[in-house]
Design a protein around this ligand. Sequence first.
Ligand SMILES: [Zn+2]
Length: 293
Amino acid sequence: MSKRKSIFFLVVDDGGLPTVSNEKIEVPFPSYLNLLQIAKRFEVKIPLACSMKYLDINNVSGEGSPVKYAEKLITLLKNNNEYLELADHGFSHRLNDSWSEFFDPVRHIRVPEEEQEAKIYNNMLIYKDLGFSFPDIVVPPCNYWEEGVTDRLYSKYGAKYLIGTRNYWQNIDHNKWKLLANFFVPTYSWKDSPYILFLPRIWSGLESKDIELDDTLFKRIKRRIFNNIVFNFVENRTFYVHNHHSHMVHITNFIDERAFVWWSKIFEMCSNDKRIYSAKSNIDAVKYFQGIR
Ligand SMILES: [Zn+2]
């Protein structure tokens, strides 16, 4: 039990997306340079989860819609694979008009297996075309996936780890007694999979629309990283402290020109604190997480 520190490890979502969130925030290429600079400075290998439709420069999927700097981003990933690990973040990050892709828990819509596989198959074609092997890590868009289907399909194509949140609550039940009764029962929850290693992540305190890295956001992420017990209750509605593998952030959180200085302060704070285990890579975080879970 002596080894029970809280893990600090970033997994970056929304790689490749030309715009992120309902605010339609445009993602400029230097955001990726900022991320790389941080990874180099702290010698960590940070997973960057990309939606592959936006990197499909040769349109092997037939639905390619490459972001304008796709070739530059692909080169950056290839030349810096000690610092950035390409992870899978679905094909389009879209399901009809929603942002999820493999399951829509808000409307309770499941995606037929053939449709899920078609998306993963497209990604396989794109990885092959670009000279990447199928990524070890998959981060389902919006963290939503269908147990027994999405995990099975991804493992078939070679993914080893599925990173996502544990719970989803839908707090719009009109019957207040039912709402109360369901307070501690998530509308959906995701657990270990027999096909792939499920790695639970937590919110970092930053949302995708948080692009201006000011002191307010610094305080927010700091509270989130260090007050594990409080935030664990907020996220999981239990006093039992669940361990986590990583923190969810988005590429938009690296747009700000202050990103290097701002994130450096976070990384330094974590590596100097005895309560925190600063993981160096996904594999490192996996090993530590498996030791404390
Ligand atoms: Zn995303």
